[in-house]
Design a protein around this ligand. Sequence first.
Ligand code: SF4
Length: 353
Amino acid sequence: MGTVHEVRIARRTGFCYGVREAVDKAKESADAGKRTHTLGQVVHNEGVIADLGARGVVSIAELSEAGAGSTVVIRAHGVTPAVRSAAEERGLEMIDGTCSWVIGEQRQLQGLVEDGYTIVLLGTPNHPEVVGLLGFAPDAIVVDDESDWDRIPRKKRMALITQSTQPPWKFERLAAFMVGRAHELKIINSVCPVTIRRQEDTVELARAVEFIVVVGGRQSANTRELTRLCEIVGTPAIQVERARDLTDASVFGDARIVGVTGGTSTPIEDLEAVAERILTMAGTGAAAANAHALAVAALGAAVTPAGRTTSLRGAAPMASGRAERDGQARSPARRVNLRAVPPPAPPAPVTAR
Ligand code: SF4
């Protein structure tokens, strides 16, 4: 028998609005009877991909895999203008799921190129969002960790912009570094506010619990950053992709309150499934016996409008979490009555001379 008697889920969690809208667009297209593809996996989440697959949405790596007349959904990361042109040339219908925040970044980059700035882009090389952004500013210098920064030249007019999910502290540190490299430095803070809120809520949760489970893709930079922040707070943390990755109850030690948080492409249903699994495998007798009810209550106490999985009317929740737990294809819809949150305005430029 374990020691966990309570699981808390981070306050604002689940899909970010960009991911949610891209997933919804793929669902709507397939539900309208169109042969629907996503260019790359819309999110790296097994349950989400299975759910889309059940509706007939097929992920493709290249446009050449899409048959003539089919529909291609661009995911939230966006694509280069060249990819858009190629889709048009192939006669494919394109549904743009590019997140409005990323569209804002692309426009800002275009403006910086037109204004003749030497551009530094803080981002993970080869990340799809960065690849898409480089389509608007092919000569931008992409830097990631501090060890890269010596590659940044000294120029009269420079601009700094960032991939949306980079940690704010890294962006601020790079901005300070670049002040000494340019006569005129234009700084566009394009760190996504959803990412910042997610980090704030995770830190708040980590301070209130004895152990924390971070749920999200291993390759997801924003998920890894959440794990890192928990460690900085001093709360032991593990990162898993799904509930069934939790196999060893001993990791929880003698923790009594455990936290659960997730990246921006982790659906809330996965968080509920993880909460239930923690209680089942490491809970006290009473907690284990009531694991499901406690997990549902934890999610109900946590989710905010930004946390829901879909904006589509009457849609059932993702099959991922509950199906994984129950071994069933899809559970009955559990209604989470949440309002829409309008996306924030695109980032505003700040110029330092
Ligand atoms: S993290 Fe932010 S920028 Fe990226 S898809 Fe989500 S809402 Fe858009």
